[in-house]
Design a protein around this ligand. Structure first.
Ligand code: GDP
Length: 444
């Protein structure tokens, strides 16, 4: 998980402050010293840290804060607000050209994730916004890049425009835009060439493509794992091309987070999306406020809810609620829920988005092993359809048969059935608006 170290250190600094009833200027200073170290250690740009600490300190030592009823809360609120501002305040939308098609240029160094991200963005436009994108292969120096984009296009069922590697990127861009106009496609995503380093030839070519294609967005794709280098790269690309936004990839890795926290302040350009994995669905809009809350351990319920909405079928969810009301939730539903949960990504990441959970003791050890889910599924699949619908009929002899069928120990079968009954009880309580007994959710 990205930001782990930073998050932990900041939360520790806040926790110390929370313990104090009254706060003095010295307390704020002490906390800010820790915040400063935490940010530097997370590889945040030196100057950015300096400015951040100054802004927060100035605001925090004001009389209205220190003399308020809950000074610690006030200070934490300020840190949260300034962290949000640092990353760009509001979430920014993708621009739309006044006349279709809207052109988006994807630029960045080789290996940053440009081609993959072009595919992800095309999928997002198609699936979430019902748009018709055209992917354009304009990286003619790396033949594999053209093929990579064509494969992505096939996978996503999105058209790819390519003229091979003998035609100039400028010409490719021109013809692609014409094709989009002719075929009423509304977004043109140009995957441009990358290099290992920034060089003048590349920049000249990109400027030429920019000139003929008049893009509404130039997204710079940078790899979060490269830390401060990502910030330097962003700064140079921006100087040359005046990019409109940054897409920070590989935020699923264990990056310390410096790039995410420095890019906006150094380049003045917002992070618009983040890449959260290698799968094509793994692209998320960047919300500075949610990211700040997540870093400070205040949870990110909004993303969690959206994730749930996106991955849970509404009709199925309504059916499930009905079943809970009628108390007819059975093992078939149980499996279905398990599948849906698995679709949402690693459980421990989901739990961390719940306020207060990110620091919960033992969460780190609580790796939810997909194998466990697989085993539970095997047990359920060894039940007859009648047994799955009527869990009450699971006598000891039936349980023994199921254990044999699924090649799991009988104790495990018993434990799973017990867990099922408990979750069912708990869910039906929650459904009635009674949230006591939530502990059971985590198996204690
Ligand atoms: P390009 O040279 O900039 O076009 O880079 P590619 O799109 O070929 O990506 C380089 C590698 O990074 C590929 O193996 C991608 O699967 C991987 N990658 C891209 N984005 C992400 C991301 O958000 N997370 C992870 N884990 N890998 C990514």
């Amino acid at each position: 998980m990205a930001f782990e170290g930073l998050s932990e250190r900041l939360q520790n600094a806040m926790a110390k402050l929370r313990k104090k009833g009254k706060i003095s200027e010295a307390d704020v200073k002490e906390m800010m010293r820790e915040v400063r170290l935490a940010l530097l250690e997370a590889d945040v740009n030196f100057k950015v840290v300096k400015d951040f600490v100054k802004t927060v300190s100035d605001r925090a030592v004001g009389a209205e804060v220190l003399e308020s009823l809950s000074p610690a809360q006030q200070v934490i609120k300020i840190v949260n607000e300034e962290l949000t501002a640092l990353m760009g305040g509001e979430q920014s939308q993708i621009a739309v050209a006044p006349k279709s098609p809207t052109v988006i240029m994807m630029v960045g160094l080789q290996g940053a994730g440009k081609t993959t991200t072009a595919g992800k963005l095309a999928l997002l436009l198609k699936k979430k916004q019902n748009r018709k994108p055209l992917l354009v292969a304009a990286d003619i120096y790396r033949p594999a890049a053209i093929q990579q984009l064509e494969t992505l296009g096939k996978q996503l069922d999105i058209p790819v425009f390519s003229l091979g590697d003998q035609v100039s990127p400028v010409e490719i861009a021109k013809q692609a835009i014409q094709k989009a106009k002719d075929e009423h496609l509304d977004y043109v995503l140009i995957d441009t060439a990358g290099r290992l380093h920034i060089d003048e030839t590349l920049m000249t070519e990109l400027r030429d493509v920019k000139e003929v294609s008049n893009p509404s967005e130039i997204f710079l794709v940078v790899d979060a794992m490269t830390g401060q280098d990502a910030v330097t790269v962003a700064d140079s690309f921006n100087e040359q091309l005046d990019v409109t936004g940054v897409i920070l990839t590989k935020l699923d890795g264990d990056t310390r987070g410096g790039a995410a926290l420095s890019i906006r302040a150094v380049t003045g350009k917002p992070i618009k999306f983040t890449g959260q994995g290698e799968k094509l669905e793994d692209l998320e809009p960047f919300y500075p406020d949610r990211m700040a809350s997540r870093i400070l351990g205040m949870g990110d319920m909004l993303t969690l809810i959206e994730k749930a909405q996106q991955d849970f079928d509404e009709k199925k969810a309504a059916e499930m609620t009905q079943k809970l009301k009628e108390n007819s939730f059975d093992f078939n539903d149980f499996i279905e829920q398990m599948d849906q949960l698995q679709n949402m990504g690693p459980l421990e990441d989901i739990l961390k988005m719940i306020p207060g959970m990110s620091n919960a003791p033992g969460l780190d050890q609580m790796k939810i092993d997909p194998k466990d889910m697989g085993r539970m599924k095997a047990i359920v699949l060894s039940m007859t359809p009648q047994e799955r619908e009527n869990p009450d009929m699971l006598s000891q002899s039936r349980r023994r048969r199921i254990a044999r069928g699924s090649a799991r120990p009988i104790a495990e079968v018993n434990r799973m059935i017990k867990q099922f009954n408990e979750s069912k009880k708990m869910m039906s309580k929650m459904n009635k608006g009674n949230f006591e007994g939530m502990d059971g959710l985590f198996g204690n």
